[in-house]
Design a protein around this ligand. Structure first.
Ligand code: ZN
Length: 184
């Protein structure tokens, strides 16, 4: 499904060469459009995005950072911190930068968890866990209000509405709940 959506969009968007503007045709041996004039090859593009579940210890309890993103509008859902990887940046570097930019917090102990293709528009979501290193993190939250309307650390047994099952955000949160509440 995700593959089909991304391929359909790719086919719709690459009928002309991005170098010289001539028409392009599908290669007969690989997934590429080939310019009929200059032979420039255009391959499907994937945009890597990082997403991170950040926890802290607070009065003996584990808490999870969740944010209400401006793009959620009136939906009261809270999600994880996420963003696009920039050119020249590592995945780890992108996580540290996004967290700092959106919340002002510093993180440590960054752990890769899993990844998920996401066809809107053509992303590869790369999921991580991390620990918050700020001792008084709630006081030190400095939200990027162009992206976020709110962010808070929530007790795991008192989470707000979270992303739907099947999303990598939900997978990261659900596995955290299993680990922290059942001691697995
Ligand atoms: Zn061309």
């Amino acid at each position: 499904m995700m593959t089909a959506i991304q391929l359909l969009r790719w086919h719709a968007n690459h009928n002309f060469c991005s170098r010289c503007g001539a028409s392009a045709t599908v290669s007969d041996f690989e997934l590429a459009y080939v310019c009929t004039v200059c032979h420039y090859r255009q391959y499907p593009r994937i945009q890597p995005c990082v997403i991170v579940a950040i926890t802290r210890q607070f009065e003996g309890r584990t808490q999870l950072l969740l944010a209400h993103h401006r793009r959620y509008g009136d939906n009261p859902m809270y999600g994880l911190i996420a963003g696009f990887v920039e050119i020249g940046e590592s995945l780890e570097g992108a996580v540290h930068r996004e967290v700092e930019e959106e919340t002002g917090l510093a993180i440590s102990n960054l752990r890769y968890h899993s990844s998920q293709p996401w066809a809107y528009p053509s992303n590869l979501m790369v999921g991580f866990y991390a620990d918050c290193v700020n001792e008084n993190a709630s006081d030190e939250l400095k939200l990027d209000d162009t992206e976020l309307t709110d962010a808070q650390f929530f007790d795991l047994d008192n989470l707000p509405k979270i992303p739907f099952k099947g999303s990598i955000a939900r997978t990261l949160i659900d596995e955290l709940l299993v680990i922290k509440t059942q001691g697995v």
